[in-house]
Design a protein. Structure first.
Length: 266
């Protein structure tokens, strides 16, 4: 729970910014009156927050009240988006960057000595069921990030900023990798004779079932063992999947995402 009386600025209200707004308001992490949203265009989530008391694009002087600035803009535009507001911020404001690739050193080149924390969440923060990697050199900044993200995500502290790129691949991007796998499963189901709708519903249901299993907290190896009857269909499928290069596929996806994060930061 975020307990500071001072507001939080959300810079950028796109897919991730909107998901965060929804999650914070749904979980009561933050009273809407404490939220300031800076967005160039109208967004449904921002309008819903405005109706509950959030300030959308207020006069610049208001920004000095904030305790935290959340950067939820694209890595390619953060400098032009931050430049005009940096001077208006309090000297002690915590910079909470959700951006892939952009390092603390670059952030400090714009925000000076203000403490920086990097957080890499998934969009399931909207449902209060995300996961988020957290890295900072500053204890207070890390604590501020935990106050904002613990209510909407399983937060995983990283000891080294260099690990954020790996976390971006394995958390931020990975839900899309998994959705793509489920789509491939549905296509394979169609190839095995199911019609498109049945294949899609069955594959999505399998994803939901896997998620429900994962949410019990049981080790994934136990969950696999519970489904795979000795000598049965699952064992046969798992063996074929491994032989077809499942590990290599995951490795390729993670390595490509890590490389892209590094390129985005340059
Ligand atoms: N989507 C995801 O799952 C995740 C994303 N991230 C990170 O979050 C960040 C945002 O990604 P995502 O939400 O997907 O991107 P989006 O493009 O959906 O959102 C970015 C938003 O930034 C807004 N914006 C652009 N310029 C400004 C400005 N000057 N001031 C304020 N807002 C501005 C855009 O406004 P407009 O719509 O009006 O153009 C847009 O809505 C990225 O850095 C990404 O690395 C991290 C983890 C997961
Ligand atoms: O695709 C991206 O670059 C962002 C970062 C992690 C998820 N979405």
């Amino acid at each position: 729970m975020y307990t500071s009386d001072r507001p939080v600025i959300l810079l950028g209200c796109g897919r991730l910014g909107s998901a965060l707004l929804e999650g914070w308001l749904a979980t009561g992490t933050l009273a809407a009156e404490r939220l300031i949203v800076l967005t160039p265009s109208n967004k449904t989530a921002a309008e819903a927050a405005r109706e509950r008391g959030a300030r959308i694009n207020p006069p610049e002087a208001v920004l000095a009240e904030a305790a935290s600035l959340i950067l939820a803009v694209k890595p390619g535009v953060w400098r032009e988006a931050s430049g005009p507001i940096a001077a208006a911020l309090a000297e002690d404001v915590t910079i909470v960057s959700l951006m892939a690739g952009v390092g603390a050193h670059s952030l400090s080149s714009v925000f000076g000595k203000r403490p920086v924390v990097r957080v890499m969440p998934t969009t399931a923060v909207a449902q209060g069921r995300g996961v988020a990697a957290v890295w900072s050199n500053h204890d207070n900044a890390r604590a501020a990030a935990h106050a904002l993200f613990d209510p909407v995500a399983d937060t995983v502290d990283l000891t080294d900023e260099g690990l954020i790129d790996a976390a971006t691949a394995v958390a931020g991007s990975a839900p899309a990798f998994i959705h793509a796998y489920v789509e491939a499963l549905a296509r394979a189901g169609q190839a095995a004779g199911l019609d498109a709708e049945a294949a899609s519903r069955l594959a999505r249901g399998a994803l939901r079932s896997a998620g429900a299993g994962a949410e019990t907290g049981a080790p994934l190896s136990d969950l696999i063992a519970r489904i795979a009857s000795p000598g049965g269909t699952t064992e046969a499928g798992l063996k074929a999947q491994a032989e077809a290069g499942l590990d290599a596929t995951a490795m390729a996806a993670v390595q490509a995402a890590v490389a892209r994060a590094k390129a985005l930061g340059n």
